[in-house]
Design a protein around this ligand. Structure first.
Ligand code: ATP
Length: 236
């Protein structure tokens, strides 16, 4: 059981962003992808979701292939993504932003109970339920983006740079929520430039360089690896 990526390639026209990446994301785990700007982390997530059309390789969810699925089918099968930069709807209220995350579901009783569930995780959003998304602080917008993805009731959540642009205190706050989400049994694939944070919360990590896996291992091993320390943890 779990999500397996085998020899995945993805391109934008002539630009090859992902060049044969294989990942194992066991159910219940938290796996991270770290690497510099442009290493192909975002493209890997987008390719898994079916958001990059030009892709090949294999993506297996509990052994079932997703490689021909459209993005909405991937979401229906239980995988949701929180994009980098949040992409919330600035002119919709917090409540309506959240309901957009449940757009393909029709049972309004279930949607209401999911709203209550995400408000339990993010009480701050409940306080701001009628506020427009664009007027929230950066940290609150990130919470909203994560909460919106949860409205699709995913079993797997792909998080793209949740700490980007946030102050250290807000990074701690977001990661507190991410750990709570994991405790609810949701499997996480986390992309981060903040390698320290990512390795701290994950079980296993992959280091990407120019579209390929350069290194992989248990997160604690990676944290102690001198190459990783030098290149990604700012240690000498
Ligand atoms: P970042 O942290 O900057 O998002 P990343 O590791 O997520 O970096 P990607 O965004 O996946 O890297 O980019 C991988 C490569 O693909 C880069 O060379 C980038 O310039 C290129 N690329 C990304 N998006 C596009 C696009 N829409 N069109 C063309 N090239 C793209």
């Amino acid at each position: 059981m779990g999500l397996q990526i085998k020899d995945l390639f993805a391109s934008y026209g002539a630009i090859r962003a992902v060049k044969g990446i294989s990942l194992e994301i066991p159910e219940g785990s938290c796996v991270c992808l770290i690497g510099a700007n442009g290493a192909g982390k975002t493209s890997t997530l987008r390719a898994i979701m079916g958001l990059i059309r030009d892709r090949k390789g294999e993506i297996l969810l509990d052994g079932q292939s997703l490689i021909r699925c459209k993005p909405y089918e991937v979401v229906r099968k239980g995988i949701a993504m929180v994009p980098e930069g949040r992409h919330i709807f600035p002119n919709l209220t917090v409540e309506d932003n959240l309901k957009m995350g449940a757009y393909f579901r029709t049972n309004s009783v279930e949607i209401q109970s999911d709203l209550e569930r995400v408000f339990q995780l993010f009480p701050r959003l409940k306080e701001r339920i009628y506020q427009l998304g664009g007027t929230l602080s950066g940290g609150e917008q990130q919470m909203l983006a994560v909460a919106r993805a949860l409205m699709a009731r995913p079993r797997y959540l792909l998080l793209d740079e949740p700490s980007l642009g946030l102050s250290p205190i807000l990074v701690q706050a977001i990661y507190y929520h991410i750990q709570q989400i994991r405790q609810q049994g949701i499997t996480l694939l986390l992309v981060e430039q903040n390698a320290r944070m990512a390795l701290e919360v994950s079980d296993y990590g992959y280091v990407l360089e120019t579209g390929k896996i350069y290194l992989q291992g248990n997160s604690s091993e990676l944290s102690n690896n001198p190459d990783v320390q030098k290149a990604y943890l700012g240690e000498t």
